[in-house]
Write a protein that binds this ligand. Sequence first.
Ligand code: FAD
Ligand code: PYC
Length: 406
Amino acid sequence: YGLSSEHPAPRFFRDCTEPKKSYDAVIIGGGGHGLAAAYYLAKDYGITNVAVLEKGYIGGGNTGRNTTIVRSNYLTPEGVNFYDASVKLYEDLSEELDLNLFYSTRGHFTLAHTESAMRTMRWRAEVNKHVGVESYVVGPEEISKACPQLDISCSGQAPILGALYHAPGSVARHDAVAWGYAKEADRMGVEIFQMTEVTGIDTKGGKVVGVNTSKGYISTNRVLSAVAGFTPRITEMVDLKTPIVIHPLQACVSEPMKPWLDTILVSGSLHVYVSQSSRGELVMGSSLDPYEFHSTRSSLDFVEGLTTHITDMFPFLSNVKVVRQWAGMADITPDFAPIMGKTPLEGFYLDAGWGTWGFKATPISGKTMAETIAKDMAPDLIKSFRLSRFEDYELTGEKGAASVGH
Ligand code: FAD
Ligand code: PYC
């Protein structure tokens, strides 16, 4: 299959080209979140007259650009509960979607190089344990045992004092997550349109009535925006103010090596993190770029800084080559928690503010946004992520746990 025009490769989902005139719901964005919401709308609520509109190709946004870390070792009880529900869905997802997502549980170490970082690790460990999530503080000996290749002194630059160890920390194949949700949503009747851009949202009397697209007008009274780094472009269509700002987040991979790194390591102080993929590449990234920028351009500055710090941790990697680097557009909120749920515009639902932390949330965000759309009411699990928290001064402060230092 796939070798000739008589035997084209089997498709994951139908090749939908012309949208119908009307749908029960329209989802903007064919990333993991939009596709997962479509899947759970169909599976949990039988709502299948749904169109997913993707301006490029599915998974081509941050879903296909992230470094695939899945974990629930957050700082607030609301965050830990939410991400823990996602980890649980991920654990059975390959079977549920009938597709190998290469979900691989490795254990996740957040390294602490200072006493103040150790304090945050203890804090997170206590909150995690309280909510029933397996995280605890470990010393340098336990870190060395799990990763003997790591130079605990970090070449004398920033000796490691300890770490937060999180047993469920995992990696997965990111594009397969998008394909799996697309495949199963399509099978239940959802229509997925690639190369189809939403250019406007039509409203009447404070309600959504349709969307303008590069393939014509579609009537609908329910629209979900799940566009991550493009969120400001969509919210400005309906005059909705959010505190989201867009910063680049960059990553890279090394040439493949035989497996040697079993765990996932994150260093907030050195601003780097690393895991080894099932293909043998080291998957590496650093903190957000410090400027607002709506672009997926990657930079030499990033890869120079990153490789300097990675070789502080692993001096033996100095001759290993970086083979690809890229950037995504991270939609950052002031409290480093997402924005999910209803908005003041009736029928317009928002799934955004996923910044550097949204891949791990793909299953639970899809499930809870599907519930919000189906019932026109957000479930309790996402109430602390509502947009109105910024007016009520009830932030959900996750900065200390969002990913690497910011
Ligand atoms: P996306 O995958 O970006 O999908 C949005 C889609 O909307 C895009 O495909 C886009 O083309 C489409 N779109 C935009 N505008 C329109 C329009 N007008 N009409 C139609 N379609 C439109 N998170 C983790 O949990 N763990 C990690 O290890 C991790 N690492 C990361 C590393 C990097 C380098 C980056 C950039 C991010 C990382 N993240 C991580 C964050 C994570 O990638 C995102 O939060 C998550 O993928 C967001 O998924 P999404 O489906 O909401 O958005
Ligand atoms: O959320 O764990 C995370 C993460 C790591 C790198 C980017 N995000």
